[in-house]
Design a protein. Structure first.
Length: 280
């Protein structure tokens, strides 16, 4: 963000984001506080912050809905979640990418919003709350490893550092978009019994085939100024799961060229993702 912690808090508060302190090095509220119920935008309180404390954002009070894409390595145990591994999805980003393209026909990318990379390798996608009230939920209404932080919940703010790393903003649109209608409908509709997919479409024979194609689509449709970052992110997602094979790297490379990246830049970015993982 390019600002000191106090300035960061004031800038976030200027957006209408209500903040509260977190225990240093943890995601839990500061000891003795009421957590998100104590969230504020008052400059005096934001400047008088506990030493070393992180920052939480009360999503409900801030009129935000944050889609939390987890990156767990454990295999799903519930039948409704195993459906996703059958589709080649290995984590929350894969699942949400699948869902996005099932519900979106304009070819847009879900990355066209405020995106924060979490220390675990997952991501937070920020949206303005719709007119309907969206409740905080970890029930997986949007799919395996996809949670919702909204009314009654909070997220760790960008710039906060934990032992595993820092919550890092990747890019930010000029205007924060409203939560897409299909997500609102999914989260507010009566919960239906899970159904198995009528068909499976895997363009590549490997288990990661659908995932690679979904990541490649994100690269190919990324906005100008975000393409190299998206390519780096996609390559890193495969590299950390030891899935950045020559074949999959070629798929990402072709997508990068389709997006308008120069060949040398695309090759360097894909290679750097593997090197970044090896160095971490």
């Amino acid at each position: 963000m390019g600002h000191n912690p106090a300035q960061q808090r004031l800038l976030m508060a200027a957006r209408g984001w209500h903040l509260f302190p977190l225990e240093p090095g943890k995601k839990t509220p500061y000891p003795g506080s009421r957590g998100y119920k104590d969230a504020t935008t008052e400059p005096a309180k934001l400047l008088n912050w506990p030493e070393g404390a992180g920052v939480g954002i009360a999503t409900g009070a801030s009129n935000l809905v944050v889609i939390d894409l987890d990156c767990h390595t454990a295999e799903p145990t519930k039948p409704e979640h195993q459906i996703w591994t059958e589709r080649g999805c290995l984590d929350g980003a894969d699942v949400f990418t699948w869902q996005w393209h099932e519900h979106t026909i304009d070819g847009s990318s879900w990355a066209h919003t405020y995106v924060v990379l979490t220390p675990s390798g997952g991501g937070h996608l920020y949206y303005r709350a719709p007119a309907q009230q969206i409740r905080n939920s970890a029930s997986g209404r949007l799919g395996w490893q996809v949670d919702v932080r909204a009314q009654g919940g909070y997220v760790v703010a960008p710039g906060t550092t934990l032992p595993a790393g820092t919550y890092t903003p990747l890019w930010e649109p000029a205007t924060l978009p409203v939560l897409p209608e299909w997500i609102t409908n999914t989260l507010t509709a009566p919960k239906a019994a899970p159904q198995r997919p009528a068909r499976r479409v895997l363009a590549l024979p490997s288990r990661a085939g659908k995932r690679v194609n979904a990541l490649a689509h994100q690269v190919a449709t990324a906005a100008v100024g975000q393409r190299n970052d998206m390519l780096n992110w996609a390559a890193y997602q495969l590299a950390k799961d030891r899935a950045l094979t020559q074949e999959h790297a070629q798929v990402l490379f072709d997508a990068a060229k389709a997006a308008g990246l120069a060949e040398a830049e695309a090759i360097a970015t894909i290679r750097s993702a593997g090197k970044e993982l090896a160095a971490s």
